[in-house]
Ligand binder design. Sequence first.
Ligand code: GLC
Ligand code: CA
Length: 555
Amino acid sequence: MALDPNPDWWREAVVYQIYPRSFADSNGDGIGDLDGVSSRVPYLKALGIDAVWFSPFYPSALADGGYDVDDYRDIDPRIGTLEQFDQMVEALHAAGIRVMIDIVPNHSGSGHPWFKQALASPAGSAARDRYIFRDGLGQGQDQPPSDWRGIFGGSAWEPVGDGQFYLHLFDPAQPDWNWDNPEVREDFLKTLRFWSDRGVDGFRVDVADALAKDLSADPLPTAAELEALPPGAEHPLRDRGEVHAIYRQWREVFNTYDPPRTAVGEVWVEDRTRRARYATSAELGQAFNFDLLLAGFNADDFRTIIDSNLDLARQTGSSTTWVLSNHDVIRHASRYGLPPVASPGERRELGRLWLLARGAEPLEDTALGLARARAASLTILALPGSVYLYQGEELGLPEVADLPDAVRQDPAFRRSGGYEVGRDGARVPLPWTEDGPSFGFGTGAAHLPQPAWFAGFAVAAQQADPESTLNLYRTALAARRSLLANEDVQAGGFTWVEEQQPGVLHFARGPWHCLTNFSAPEAVSLPPGELIVTGASLLPGDLLPPAATAWLHVL
Ligand code: GLC
Ligand code: CA
């Protein structure tokens, strides 16, 4: 199958996120690698995705799962070589699958040669100007320049021993770049060209809203002052106006390629209209819509989020993105099995964490979580826009909530003194077979231990079962592909079909109808038409039970 020649391929693409260290291990060292991915191209093709997005595979000390990049234009030797990368891209392209990679521009790893050079150079030097160094406060200059906290916990400033500190919004092993420095800007353009020249089709931009910073105030504002900033006020660290000039420059590079390279920004900005500014065709093209990660499994939240994001996409000329899981949050099969939470604050905690509260795991209703996950996945796969899937969700894989402390790798766990369990539970290597030392992930033990119950979720266990989650995704993705090629669907726009019962959502795109019973206590009757796919068994009389979705072809 050849690549879709349409330069707008990304608008309604299904993009599958691969976390390389945990996907497939070809040489038995416990770490997933590029040859492992190459060996699974037939699996990805059969799944029916349009593109893959790779989380970082760069040389890294792994202080933050590879989001601490020591060399932006190479592959970690534990993961592979540039030659293996080229082979993998060729195999994916030959299977009709486009390739997106993660680019991490807010910070490097502390092993980056420019950071080492900065440490070896004096205060005020050109080498230090590529990062964000400031003098310490107090007599001995031993106090940090401000009381800001890093996102993983602890101070956001690290002393270097000569009276200066450097800024790190994340781990101390992730020093923030100074984007006012022209060499930094130029180097990232070089990186974008390097990978685009190798055939990469697009980029996922890590922490896209934080690159531009203004630390000119003296003294710097306190953490409490930043907290108290009214909505819409300029923040010294996040979502500043100047950041858009950076992406306009990136877009010029993307547009020198045929087809133009595409990008999606990780923009955790609450105000949707501000988020949309990153997504125009003059900038990245898309910005992640994470709204469903913070929402409960209920019809009202889904409807509001769908309406506002489709509106926004219409206004910006972009297309929206739908996400239920990624490497930073609890897998949605588990999230939907947790008890409902009362306040938005609590919901935010549960949805966003790194954030599974300790001890929450016995509260999980696994059967309900899986039924809802299957229903919600079908709902988003029927919506206009692109869908980002996270490896393992096609298996209905739950979070591994009870990893022993000793094996946890996430800096959020360490730096919060164990208060936050961190994100490792979503990053446990995939089960491919029902037995073997790492369930077919590799020939040795995996870098994070897999629980015995992974056997039941293995690809091999699901392959032959027509009711399995894997086969549900395959059927849905194949149906989606042919429905999107249907002229009546394309011409049909998006319309809500009002239902009598609360707790039910029903929308149509021309003849393609999608009906989700979130919570109606009575099972719901389906409109007359041909049933395309449903993740659940219908009740007698063709009724759709709660926590289920059906797609129909209605004439
Ligand atoms: C993004 C990544 C996350 C990482 C952080 C710092 O949020 O998705 O995994 O820890 O950036 O790079
Ligand atoms: Ca390996």
